[in-house]
Design a binder for this molecule. Structure first.
Ligand code: SF4
Ligand code: SF4
Ligand code: SF4
Length: 274
């Protein structure tokens, strides 16, 4: 199983990882609207750098949990934990209910609030790249080795070695080794990471068990199922309508282009006969 290890002590806050992610995933380059982000993450920012006092910079991204709460909360299977580690998203299946956003303990999935056909967006651990043997764009771009890609077990061993060699430098803990059942994205740090909604005191139990028990016991109270479903179907209807409008517009545009093109040819033909 693959993973990413980010060593907070090595990060210089250069944002190269953020830029590489935007480029690799063809994300909108605009800075996210402040009302949509408290930690820099947004539908068009799948990783962010959170500045902390004393020149500490912490890169945030999806933790790619081993037992992801987002996956268990998704009622249509739009989110999936792959065998190799990345948690991926199939927008064709998504109905826009946003249960994943409510279930994620790290506040990672974000919604495209500003687009007419909105989807949920988040880091995929560059699944397409890693599937063909490349590393994620962010780890490739990091100039200091603050964030590195590799086999999860080896990354944990490397993290523990760094702690053993420099016990005074690090908190004696590999963040993500066991929290919420373990995560594929791991951290080494010399400062606590429980800030900005980053709840690293969540315990070792995988959250899907809690998600499902809540869903099965009080489905109508948990997250307002009825209201959410109504919203979901409204969104699906809206998406379909937008798609139909787009297809119609394109067909009309093509027809006009064809007519113009034909007319041009006829005129040319007439001209050339003269
Ligand atoms: S961090 Fe959140 S979005 Fe990412 S895999 Fe875990 S539960 Fe899902
Ligand atoms: S793994 Fe890929 S998608 Fe995730 S933050 Fe890094 S560059 Fe972005
Ligand atoms: S590229 Fe590396 S050093 Fe620069 S902000 Fe990202 S993690 Fe930190």
């Amino acid at each position: 199983m693959i993973g990413i290890l980010t060593d907070v002590t090595k990060c210089i806050g250069c944002h190269k990882c953020v830029g590489a992610c935007v480029d690799a995933n063809k994300l909108d380059k605009h800075i996210p609207a402040p009302q949509h982000t408290s930690d820099g993450l947004a539908a068009n920012r799948w990783t962010s750098i959170i500045k902390q006092p004393d020149s500490h910079y912490v890169r945030k991204q999806c933790r790619h949990c081993l037992e992801p709460a987002c996956v268990s909360a998704c009622i249509v299977g739009a989110l999936k934990k792959t065998k190799s580690g990345p948690v991926v998203y199939d927008k064709k299946k998504c109905i826009g209910c946003r249960y994943c956003m409510m279930a994620c303990p790290y506040g990672v999935p974000k919604y495209e609030w500003d687009t007419p056909v909105p989807y949920v967006r988040k880091c995929t651990m560059c699944y397409e790249r890693v599937s063909v043997g490349k590393q994620p764009a962010c780890t490739e771009a990091c100039p200091t080795g603050a964030t590195v890609f590799g086999d999860r077990d080896k990354l944990i061993a490397e993290a523990k070695l760094r702690i053993t060699k420099n016990p005074e430098k690090y908190i004696n803990r590999v963040f993500g080794e066991v929290e919420v059942g373990g995560t594929s994205v791991l951290y080494l740090s010399d400062i606590p990471l429980g800030f900005l909604g980053w709840k690293d005191d969540l315990g070792k139990e995988a959250l899907p068990k809690l998600t499902w028990s809540a869903l099965s016991k009080v489905p109508t109270e948990f997250l307002g199922m009825g209201a959410a479903m109504t919203g979901a179907f409204w969104i699906i209807g809206r998406r379909n309508k937008m798609r139909a409008m787009k297809v119609k517009e394109e067909a009309e545009k093509k027809a006009v282009e064809n007519e113009t093109g034909d007319a041009g040819t006829e005129e040319k033909g007439e001209d050339s006969n003269e």
